[in-house]
Write a protein that binds this ligand. Structure first.
Ligand SMILES: Cc1cc2nc3c(=O)[nH]c(=O)nc-3n(C[C@H](O)[C@H](O)[C@H](O)COP(=O)(O)OP(=O)(O)OC[C@H]3O[C@@H](n4cnc5c(N)ncnc54)[C@H](O)[C@@H]3O)c2cc1C
Length: 301
């Protein structure tokens, strides 16, 4: 907590135009609608601001959490004695030919629409994923047979040793995995390489994917999407369903009756409710199938 005074003084003297929210309720910044207050949340608008904020954190040994749209996060009710870097104000998108240049805070849905309107194909899968580009690159987000690694040409990111542009193998993309899940690094922007396509056909594909999401996912409740990663050779949702866990609840958290792979915040669920329910699901699936489910959702305490 001692760092907060130095932080406020640092912002006043070095970054006077930076927007900072004090005691920012994380429940307001996550799709799960769960989480106590972060001591400070900063909304950088430029790469220089990100650099200065991270230098402050390193110098003062302040933990820093980078977030986009908060759609893959479960945050403790006690809150975070950390600086949260909210990237959503760095959100420019530019399409040139079949390349999309976008900043980390741009929403995937907006990028997908910009690409579709410019007649660029290959990003329809991402349209319904509710996160930002930075979160999607970090998680190698994917759906309906597509994933970020298929379209990312390069990523410019800030690492402790400075800004670097990575491509290919250096991005270490795997299933819901990238270099950013292994190493400290903030995605600043990325270039996506797409193909020439027909706008109307891409729109139809996006609409089809969205209709399938609406039909199969509990979008009417707060959640963080699929709670668990897909274990090799299995589907988490199918195993959870076969264990009869649909509708199982702990406090206000429930295994969705619509899609067993989603834990939803049905009624004012707490962090502890969701964590306990994750444990119930993991124990039951392990007992029945001998398979260990690993959370896809990032649990932050
Ligand atoms: C209803 C629903 C449906 C979903 N469907 C899908 C789906 O089909 N496929 C899928 O893959 N996911 C899905 N998700 C999960 C989620 O939307 C994705 O993981 C998304 O990519 C997360 O982006 P975000 O901006 O919300 O990241 P956040 O939740 O804010 O952060 C997620 C992780 O990325 C890191 N991160 C965020 N921004 C940056 C950055 N700029 N630099 C470095 N690290 C960063 C964070 O530190 C954190 O570790 C769904 C979620 C919901 C709620």
């Amino acid at each position: 907590m001692a760092w907060v005074g130095s932080f406020d003084a640092f912002v006043q003297s070095h970054l006077p135009s930076l927007r900072v929210e004090r005691e920012a309720k994380m429940a307001n910044y996550t799709s799960f609608r769960i989480g106590g207050s972060a001591r400070r949340m900063a909304f950088p608008r430029t790469e220089e601001e990100v650099e200065q904020l991270l230098s402050f954190c390193r110098e003062h040994e302040v933990p820093c959490l980078v977030i986009g749209k908060g759609t893959n996060l479960l945050i403790a009710d006690e809150g975070l004695d950390q600086l949260v870097l909210n990237m959503l104000e760095m959100n420019k998108i530019r399409v040139e030919g079949t390349r999309v240049y976008a900043q980390a805070g741009a929403l995937l849905s907006r990028i997908a629409v910009a690409a579709q309107q410019a007649g660029c194909a290959g990003l329809a899968f991402a349209h319904g994923i509710p996160g930002s580009l930075g979160g999607a690159v970090a998680m190698n987000a994917g759906a309906y047979g597509g994933e970020m690694r298929q379209v990312v040409e390069s990523v410019t990111a800030l690492f402790p040793d400075g800004v670097r542009t990575l491509r290919g193998e250096a991005l270490r993309f795997g299933y819901r995995h990238s270099v950013f899940t292994e190493e400290e690094g903030v995605v600043l922007s990325a270039v996506l390489s797409l193909e020439k396509g027909d706008s109307a056909a891409i729109r139809a594909e996006m609409d089809d994917f969205m209709a399938r999401r609406k039909a199969s996912q509990p979008l009417e409740y707060p959640s963080a999407g699929s709670t668990f990663k897909r274990p090799e050779g299995h589907f988490a949702g199918t195993m959870i369903d076969q264990c009869g866990l649909k509708g199982t609840a702990v406090g206000g958290a429930e295994v969705s009756t619509k899609h067993a792979g989603f834990i939803i915040n049905k009624d004012h669920a707490t962090f502890a409710d969701v964590v306990a329910l994750i444990g119930v699901v993991q124990d039951t699936v392990f007992r029945e199938f001998g398979v260990e489910l690993e959370p896809e959702v990032k649990i932050i305490r």
